[in-house]
Design a protein around this ligand. Sequence first.
Ligand SMILES: Cc1cc2nc3c(=O)[nH]c(=O)nc-3n(C[C@H](O)[C@H](O)[C@H](O)COP(=O)(O)O)c2cc1C
Length: 375
Amino acid sequence: MTETTTRYRNTITQAVYKKLLKPLFFRHDPEDTHDSMTAMGVHLSNYWLGRALTNAMFNYRNPMLEQELCGISFINPIGLSAGFDKNAELTDILPDIGFGFAEVGSITGEKCVGNPKPRLWRLKESEGLVVYYGLKNDGCEAIAQRLQGKHFSIPIGMSVAMTNCLANADIDLAIHDYAKAFRTMEPFASYITVNISCPNTAGGQPFIVPENLERLFVVLDTIPTTKPIFIKLSPDFSMMQLDTILAVLAVHRVHGIVCTNLTKKRDNPHILDTNISEKGGLSGKVVKELSDDMLAYVYKKAGKRFLLIGSGGVFSAEDAYKKIRLGASLIQMITGMIFEGPQIISQINQGLVELLKRDGFATIKDAVGVDAIKN
Ligand SMILES: Cc1cc2nc3c(=O)[nH]c(=O)nc-3n(C[C@H](O)[C@H](O)[C@H](O)COP(=O)(O)O)c2cc1C
């Protein structure tokens, strides 16, 4: 398919999504809509024709977007963030939607039903979501069973977290829980992300305390693996917290940092909706600036030591490009796809190629961090 045909195809798909499907979806409960979309994705992935049609509607490739990072080949830098495919049910269809990689989970040591419903809300004015799932997932053993014998055509990261239960207030038990999820999911992972920044769990975020983080990685370091290990940070950390966390991570087996998770803060000028839930973390355009600021800070502080993955508020090629120029080698997204439609992945990738050409870069790698160095 030529660049022009792809552009026409995406414009038509975008119009169908925004004028027909989105108004329909947005009339229904967000969690029900998400569950229906997951079921449809699983259904499509079960048939060759379903996958081929999806691919024809959404795929886009360009060698300028290809990268080799931490020994993994990425066909493009746009990945699905953790939290959309909590139980790793969509790994067969995500490549056909155009993703260059995907992170499934977060997956915990034990099955968890999550927080009581409702636990997902749309912020229509702010173009974000309020997320209060509380790490709902089937648990590492059931998910590992589901993935037995699967062959992935794009890199699949496994996001691991501690089970959302009161028992994990005990740090030793919480570490054991992380280690169980890590060990169980490791054989299936292209990379593993340790999520220490879920804003919605019973025990809070005990591993943002440097001593606890140190204890966690002392244990995780002993689990045999050759896979890259990333960690996911909260955009709400202060600079001082971030500095101490980076100092701990620097001496452990950590290869990359995901900047960032959801924000809990409500004093955010990008919140345009009124009466939003007091519970939960905020995504999309609400978290974008916080994520970008943290990404830029981490790149300047530790960009040589860690690979950076930018996550938070990506709705366009310009948003993704900004994160790349601030220091991200890879990008993750969820909310932009919900507000703009799944063709946005192809549109971002095609837009990135145009932006790279405009600025005289031959590949993504050449653009990583150029703005951070200037500041
Ligand atoms: C519905 C939903 C569920 C999420 N669940 C998780 C999760 O289980 N683990 C995790 O690390 N991040 C989770 N996140 C955070 C996302 O991975 C991402 O960091 C955040 O949404 C910012 O990206 P976005 O603005 O593109 O959505 C979740 C986000 C959403 C919207």
